[in-house]
Design a protein around this ligand. Structure first.
Ligand code: R5P
Length: 322
């Protein structure tokens, strides 16, 4: 156990959304995940029971809220509620992937901002803090009024790619909304950056324009997440047409909904570099996929939050990811 200054000892819980990642984080912290039961009743109601006292302790619940998003989110809320009612000294929700983050603005009439609702629910359930990775948009932090640490896994991905020593390469933002982060990533790799712009030609067709010099270069496509795979596949086609050599696809959250893995498999992508912020089932693990664990990153943040030390200094050399 690691001794804390103000909140007792760390008690670490893993939800059912990301069990392997939770175990890895526990290993890094040289802790054991605390015993708990998660039961789904015949009527589909969820029930959580903690196996030991958390009174006055510094509780961390690790639960990603990817698919099944609603079940995982509800389980997270019930865990927080359980920890709070069991008199934990402080409750931190560790959410490697925040579901509903793409619903972050009212850009059409009569639609919700569900990311705001999710933030409200996490707070109302009783979380004192949250830790998450690479939010879809930095502004989502403003939906929470509790303190949080939004950290980035891109430096881990950059470390991996740097070792490949790609000499004649360019970082390509698959989405203009990702342009600032793509530029930060390119700066970190000391590479140039290019962008793919998607624009509507008429009501049925979209055209992709590559902005920047990519001809004859290796391309590293970057994005925060791959969901259906549509964005990466379209970007790959545009880059092939623009004359790139090898293509790498690099993203933090492997959502890989429905047939995304099959779509990626059919693309001329040399390597897919991602993380385990979302568990990847065996059938979606492609032979050209490298999965980098975020466990040491998250355990480092947990340790610092517990000890009341700066989290920012872990990322001091990296700028522009928020
Ligand atoms: C969009 O804003 C995001 O940055 C990703 O480009 C998007 O979530 C990817 O989705 P899909 O894989 O379904 O194209």
């Amino acid at each position: 156990m690691v001794d804390g200054e103000c909140y007792g000892q760390i008690v670490l819980y893993g939800g059912t959304g990301s069990p392997d990642l939770a175990s890895e984080i526990a290993d890094h912290l040289e802790l054991t995940l605390c015993p708990r039961e998660v039961i789904t009743f015949p009527n589909t109601n969820l029930f959580v029971r903690l196996g030991s006292s958390v009174r006055g302790q510094d509780a961390f619940i690790i639960q990603t809220t990817s698919a099944p998003t609603n079940d995982n989110l509800m389980e997270l809320l019930i865990f927080i509620e359980t920890l709070k009612r069991a008199s934990a000294g402080r409750v931190t929700a560790v959410i490697p992937y925040l579901g509903y983050a793409r619903s972050d603005k009212k850009d059409q009439p009569r639609i919700p901002i569900t990311a705001r609702l999710v933030a409200d629910m996490i707070q109302s359930a009783g979380a004192d803090r949250y830790i998450t990775l690479d939010l879809h948009a930095g502004q989502i932090q403003g939906f929470f009024s509790i303190a949080g640490d939004v950290i980035t896994a891109f430096p881990l991905l950059a470390d991996y790619l740097r070792k490949k020593d790609l000499q004649h390469a360019v970082v390509v933002a698959a989405d203009l909304g990702f342009a600032k982060k793509a530029r930060a990533f390119a700066t970190e790799l000391d590479l140039p950056v290019a962008f793919v712009e998607k624009r509507r030609v008429d009501t049925h067709t979209e055209a992709l324009t590559v902005i920047g010099d990519v001809n004859g270069m290796d391309a590293i496509i970057v994005d925060d997440e791959v969901d259906t795979g549509g964005t990466v596949c379209d970007t790959t086609s545009a880059l092939v047409e623009a004359g790139v050599r090898d293509i790498y696809a690099c993203f933090v959250h492997p959502i890989l909904s429905s047939d995304a893995a099959a779509r990626l498999r059919s693309q001329p992508i040399r390597e897919i570099v991602t993380t385990n912020s979302v568990p990847i089932p065996p059938e979606k693990r492609l032979p050209n996929m490298t999965v980098i664990s975020v466990s040491s990153l998250l355990s480092g943040v947990i340790q610092r939050v517990h000890a009341g030390r700066s989290v920012g200094e872990m990322f001091a050399p990296y700028h522009g990811y928020s």
